[in-house]
Design a protein. Sequence first.
Length: 46
Amino acid sequence: MRVFFDTSAFVKRYIEEPGADKVIEICMKAEELVLNVICLPDTELR
């Protein structure tokens, strides 16, 4: 399974917030994770 994440889901992979457990579960099952490079500038960690 190939999984594509937008910015809001991508952040849940690394930051504990509602829905993070589901994102991690999907990542564990995925054969490939896909992230569009447009998502990276849209992500800001504070």
